[in-house]
Design a protein around this ligand. Structure first.
Ligand code: S3P
Length: 444
């Protein structure tokens, strides 16, 4: 249980932790690679340590240290920090050893890894994880992978544990029923080992980190209109992968600074890939002015310094193509909407129900417990601005983004918020509470 009292203003600057999506991909693509890949700025959090442990179980060598001067140390597993550049010795595209993999709480690992494994003939793998993972659907990847020739089994044909028997694959053209970067990436990974070209059509663009990283590692991947096309590959050579700061973590401070009078926060080296910046455009429509100073590319991803100050907010309509661009930030849109004038509607976001928690239910329960006026709908929620939040008690339900949402709500609330299960934040942001404290100036 953590108690977060009303506080502020928030002032100062920090670099949020590295991007979780990009870090998962860096570990996986490095493991697929030939020879050694150096990953600079890998996210050190529970989810991404799980991915390192997974690639090690598949046979990749994982070391943390500055370089080949003999100072590298074998990484010791999920209790060991990643406190320097990572050096990953890949097993090659077809070299993953059979294993049972604990994916912990990591949905991205659960959905991406099978794409790589499915085409490795003769291998056997089982993926399982925590209680939250056991509720997360895998039929969305099993269907296209089976079309490619993969052999997979899942509980009730739709939930983990997921068992994969490596088999020869052939390329397909697949139209995704939902816009999902996880599903897209899974199919692209499988396409590397397939016979012939693989094509994934997405209704709305989703994050494209896999495409960028695969292309940088030498894969033939291209965009044709609303399709991503990948050719089979003999080998990948990632070389060096650098990871920018995570806009999904920066988002908590962006919204906190927007809501608390007198704040001014600067966030450094934040990844601003246009497939991730939906929150910025939504907040701008609500009346926020977020200054974005470009800082060039890091690891093939555009980065920027973001500066935010408070602003009066008005309600907005959010839906359609904007949803995949802001999917993990929609809980924060709902929080901001409690402070806005008018009624905000979030629609086309049924995917929120399949995240680390059912984020329509958990966001509605949390914000209403704090004095908000939020109604759930089948594919989103309707939030009537209530002039702010009173405060109270919430549970994170084990979901890292709900825990951090509760803390931001606490800072901006009238009476403070108690968050049961604040420790869930460590899934993506272990230092969240101390970083938040570092931006807070004592109330005078
Ligand atoms: C992710 C994609 C999104 C997002 C998740 C990370 C990724 O999921 O919600 O936190 O790294 O590809 P979907 O692609 O399933 O929407």
């Amino acid at each position: 249980m953590a108690r977060i009292d009303p506080a502020g203003p928030l002032r100062g600057s920090l670099r949020p932790p590295s991007d979780k999506s990009i870090s998962h991909r860096a570990a996986l693509i490095a493991a697929m690679g030939e020879g050694e890949t150096v990953v600079e700025g890998y996210l050190d959090a529970a989810d991404t340590r799980t991915t390192l442990a997974a690639v090690r179980a598949l046979g990749a060598r994982v070391e943390v240290g500055p370089g080949p001067a003999g100072t590298d140390e074998a990484w010791g597993g999920p209790n060991d920090p990643v406190d320097g550049p990572l050096r990953i010795g890949g097993v090659g595209l077809r070299g993953a050893g059979s294993a049972t993999i604990d994916v912990g709480n990591a949905g991205t690992l659960l959905r991406l890894l099978p794409g790589w494994l499915a085409g490795q003939d003769g291998g056997q793998w089982t993926l399982d994880g925590d209680d939250s993972i056991r509720r997360r659907p895998v039929d969305r990847i099993a269907a296209p992978l089976r079309e490619m020739g993969a052999e997979l089994r899942a509980r009730e044909d739709r939930l983990p544990p997921l068992t994969i028997a490596g088999a020869p694959l052939h390329g397909i053209a697949y139209e995704m029923p939902i816009a999902s970067a996880q599903v897209k990436s899974c199919i692209l990974f499988a396409g590397l080992l397939a016979d012939g070209e693989t094509r994934v059509v997405e209704g709305h663009p989703s994050r494209d980190h896999s495409e960028r990283m695969l292309a940088a590692a030498g894969a033939e991947v291209s965009r044709e209109g609303n399709a991503v096309v990948i050719q089979p590959a003999e080998r990948l050579k990632p070389g060096v992968i650098a990871v920018p700061a995570d806009i999904s973590s920066a988002a908590f401070f962006l919204v906190a600074a927007l809501l608390v009078a007198g704040s001014e926060v600067v966030l450094e080296e934040v990844g601003v890939n246009p497939t991730r910046t939906g929150l910025l455009s939504i907040l701008e429509r609500m009346g926020a002015e977020i200054e974005l100073e470009p800082l060039g590319e890091r690891g093939g991803e555009p980065t920027a310094r973001l500066r935010v100050r408070p602003a009066p907010l008005r309600a907005v309509e959010v839906g359609g193509a904007e949803i995949p661009l802001a999917i993990d930030e929609l809980p924060l849109v709902a929080l901001a909407a409690c402070f806005a004038e008018g009624t905000t509607t979030i629609r086309d976001a049924a995917e929120l129900r399949a995240k680390e928690s059912d984020r329509i239910e958990t966001v509605v329960a949390a914000l209403n417990a704090l004095g908000g006026a939020v109604e759930p709908t089948a594919d989103g929620m309707v939030i009537t601005g209530s002039g702010g939040l009173r405060g109270g008690m919430i549970s994170s339900q084990g979901d890292h983004r709900i825990a951090m949402l509760g803390a931001v709500a606490g800072i901006a609330s009238g009476d403070g918020v108690e968050v049961a299960g604040m420790d869930a934040a460590a899934v993506s942001y272990p230092g969240f509470e101390s970083d938040l404290a570092s931006l807070l100036v004592a109330r005078g």
